[in-house]
Design a protein around this ligand. Structure first.
Ligand SMILES: [Zn+2]
Ligand SMILES: [Zn+2]
Length: 239
């Protein structure tokens, strides 16, 4: 096996095993000649032996969160070769980063979210990481949903004036302040639906204006002993 043809094959980005198959020699024999001709070092410096892929080509693929298998397919190399080059260039797939961060017990890492781009991911109780922005959005969505449900169940309108146009302007007021376990504004509705529903059953639905008037004693709500409380005022709740 002569130096020039070996150099040419290496230059094509073939692995020792690939060259071995072509020239009908064992990969270790090819390796021997590569070393003997001092080629490996030369080619390593030029960064393209063994199934060539340059760092610049690899980095964007890694940043797109591709797995080793996906990168291998994209560049037409074997997974082993891709793995080799990632190691060589000190790169890590995002999945490997996740695994390592998880094993190290890191609370947050930067990863790419399909919706939010590269952003902070927080560790979840169940393990793994989730985009912090996606999580916040999901919490908001759930709160809105729970509130919509509770408002519907409470009749959908202010019990005093009948206002019902904007759900954000409807509020839960506890009939008996002492019964209040938690407020149903903001965070209250992020509790379990059962808990939020139990709390809502102790409340009357008011619009923000009437609520303010009740709090300022401009309006007096019927007390639980009143006939009005039981008939006209008390919103009905399922089960
Ligand atoms: Zn996200
Ligand atoms: Zn009202």
């Amino acid at each position: 096996m002569d130096s020039a043809s070996l150099e040419q094959l290496l230059g094509q980005g073939l692995s020792l095993a690939d060259i071995g198959r072509r020239v009908d020699l064992h990969e270790s024999t090819v390796g021997y000649w590569v070393k003997r001709y001092g080629l490996e070092a030369v080619n390593r410096a030029k960064c393209a032996p063994r199934g060539g892929i340059a760092r610049d080509e690899l980095v964007p693929l890694v940043e797109q969160e591709m797995s080793i298998a996906q990168i291998a397919e994209a560049v037409g190399l074997s997974k082993t070769t891709v793995r080799h080059w990632l190691r060589e260039f000190g790169l890590e797939t995002r999945w490997a980063q996740r695994r390592r961060a998880s094993a190290d017990g890191q609370q947050q890492i930067m990863l790419r979210c399909p919706r939010h781009g590269v952003t902070r991911f927080k560790r979840r109780a169940a393990g793994g990481y989730r985009c912090a922005k996606c999580r916040a959005e999901a919490v908001t969505r759930r709160r809105r949903k729970v509130k919509r449900l509770l408002v519907e169940e409470a009749g959908g309108r202010c019990s005093v004036c009948g206002y019902g146009r904007c759900i954000a302007a409807l509020e839960f007021h506890h009939w008996v302040p002492a019964d209040k376990q938690f407020s149903l504004s903001h965070r209250g509705v992020s509790r379990s639906l059962a808990k939020a529903r139990a709390e809502a059953s102790k409340c009357v639905l008011l619009c923000a204006n009437c609520h303010a008037e009740v709090e300022a004693s401009v309006i007096t709500l019927p007390s639980p002993g009143d006939a009005l409380y039981n008939r006209a005022w008390r919103p009905s709740f399922p089960g």
